[in-house]
Design a protein around this ligand. Structure first.
Ligand SMILES: Nc1ncnc2c1ncn2[C@@H]1O[C@H](COP(=O)(O)OP(=O)(O)OP(=O)(O)O)[C@@H](O)[C@H]1O
Ligand SMILES: [Mg+2]
Length: 231
């Protein structure tokens, strides 16, 4: 067990490696990443296609496991967690936002936001109330009964952000959240993330769009699975 003294950063990745075996070839998606992130940071991850950005985000979010190395979040070692602990970690501590929204097409905006709370066993009335509050928060209370196909791309992403907030996670991990949006709508989504960060939420966003990354307060750059810049 690692010491949990008060100087431990919120996130600490040490010698993180993720290798994929493809036939006889080994792909070094992440190749020795060391990173600390403090609570309340707004971190941008940039780098060319294939540099390991999504892989890093997946490891931080407990969607995938490292081949080597460790990630501590709030003093807990993700690599030491069993599948149940890791699922609980994903559900409670992390809100995910993806480029293609991943809303459930048969559900309304409200039901999509309620969905993660179902797995967290929040009682129905409380679920509804919180989902409505979150839709208000992202400016979409009047769209609550729309299904994803009845929403614009920017609106769908804002529903996805409300859903990411459902279980009040300490951090939001966003992989190219503006990748499918025009620049004006993308800027709106970034401003929303910026506001959530100002409220104290830790946000890590992957993007190769400099205009979007400009909203963050710190940027790391990946190249061939390694961090080559941190500003
Ligand atoms: N499941 C997998 N199996 C095999 N190789 C993988 C897998 N996932 C990623 N890779 C490889 O690892 C490297 C890093 O991939 P990753 O998806 O992290 O890149 P990225 O920086 O997010 O790129 P992009 O900007 O195109 O999304 C790539 O070379 C990719 O082909
Ligand atoms: Mg990617």
């Amino acid at each position: 067990m690692v010491s949990m003294n008060h100087r431990e950063p919120f996130i600490r990745a040490e010698n993180l490696r993720r290798y994929f075996l493809m036939g006889h070839e080994v792909v070094h998606a992440l190749d020795g990443v060391n990173l600390t992130v403090e609570k309340g940071e707004f971190l941008g991850v940039t780098g060319p296609s294939g540099s390991g950005k999504s892989t890093l985000l997946h490891l931080l979010g407990g969607l995938d496991r490292a081949t080597e190395g460790h990630i501590w979040v709030d003093g807990r070692d993700l690599s030491a967690m069993d599948e149940n602990d890791l699922a609980a970690y994903r559900r409670k501590e992390v809100g995910f936002v993806f480029q293609s929204f991943f809303l459930i097409p048969t559900m309304t905006a409200l039901q999509n936001v309620e969905f993660p709370m179902f797995f967290a066993r929040i009682p129905p009335a409380q679920r509804r109330e919180r989902a409505l509050h979150l839709l208000e928060r992202v400016g979409l209370a009047d769209r609550r009964n729309h299904r994803p196909t009845e929403l614009s791309g920017g609106e769908q992403q804002r529903v996805a952000i409300a859903r990411a907030l459902a279980n009040d996670p300490a951090m939001i991990l966003a992989d190219e959240p503006t990748g499918n949006l025009d620049s004006r709508t993308g800027a709106e989504v970034m401003s929303l993330l910026q506001e959530l960060n100002a409220e104290g939420r830790t946000i890590i966003i992957v993007s190769h769009d400099p205009a979007m990354i400009a909203y963050t307060r710190r940027r790391i750059r990946l190249l061939d699975g390694q961090i080559v810049g941190d500003e």
